[in-house]
Design a protein around this ligand. Structure first.
Ligand code: GLN
Length: 258
């Protein structure tokens, strides 16, 4: 959906939510931009207006950010953004502390941790929002991923990473890998992490179209922070579309879990 069509579906349209896509040029593989489209579309269906900020290295940081989405990337992409990311580290850390909802997939999830040591031995320091560290290995972990999350139920996606991530003691995973997939490291059955309203995960897919509960969690938190409450204004046609999107997600989860 383009911004224009998303706008016409909204009932009010005058309640802005500032959404940031973090490093879309270098950190956006396996369809992670679908997460941005999903958040924009659902905001519109709920009667909010998304104000988009596509932030790449060297750009000016916007005045307001209510929700941040980051994607996966190759080790080379991670190396490209790391210096700029470090300049923004304090800012991002304080936004995370304040409860700004964020979704970080794969490569950005790794950099939200303490460090990522790539398979060629380069050490990239992370910003430490998530108590976790990642070490690259020769064998990539690739395939469908199905996990069980206490908060979101069954979550499905697709993983492709060399990095093995280990959570520090006391850090909650997003979910547990029950049968399909490797998750954080292929060893302890954990997948992803959850700190405050920050979700880190290896799930590409795109994640949010297949798991609308997570999309709505991010949206709800963003609206509550900005407006004190999440108050969807849903027209009949928007309701019909939300129902169709839900049926798509249920079917995708059924196929993935089969
Ligand atoms: N480059 C990282 C790794 O291989 C992240 C990959 C990704 O984002 N899919 O572990």
């Amino acid at each position: 959906a383009t911004g224009a069509t998303a706008g016409t579906a909204a009932s009010g349209g005058s309640r802005p939510i500032d959404v940031m896509s973090l490093y879309p040029k270098d950190m956006n593989i396996y369809g992670d931009s679908g997460n941005v489209l999903t958040v924009r579309r659902r905001l519109a269906l709920y009667g909010y207006e998304s104000v988009m900020h596509y932030y790449n290295q060297g750009d000016e940081w916007p005045e307001r950010v209510d929700l941040i989405l980051g994607g996966g990337g190759q080790d080379t992409g991670q190396k490209k953004i790391i210096d700029d990311f470090f300049m923004r580290a304090d800012l991002i850390r304080s936004l995370a502390d304040e409860g700004v909802p964020m979704l970080m997939i794969c490569g950005m999830y790794q950099l939200f941790g303490e460090y990522f040591e790539t398979v060629d031995g380069t050490r990239l320091d992370g910003i430490g929002v998530i108590g976790a560290y990642t070490v690259g290995q020769d064998v990539r972990m690739i395939g469908n991923l199905v996990e069980r999350s206490d908060e979101f139920g069954d979550v499905i996606g697709y993983e492709n990473h060399s990095g093995q991530t280990f959570l520090r003691e006391g850090v909650s995973p997003l979910g547990r890998v029950e049968h399909d997939g490797r998750g954080n490291n292929g060893e302890d059955h954990t997948e992803g992490a959850r700190v405050n309203n920050v979700i880190g995960t290896y799930m590409h897919g795109s994640l949010l179209p297949k798991n609308p509960k997570i999309a709505d969690f991010l949206i709800r938190k963003a609206c509550e922070r900005r407006y004190g409450a999440f108050e969807p204004q849903v027209t009949d046609s928007a309701r019909g579309e939300l129902d169709r999107l839900e049926r798509f997600a249920v079917e995708a989860r059924r196929v993935a879990a089969a």
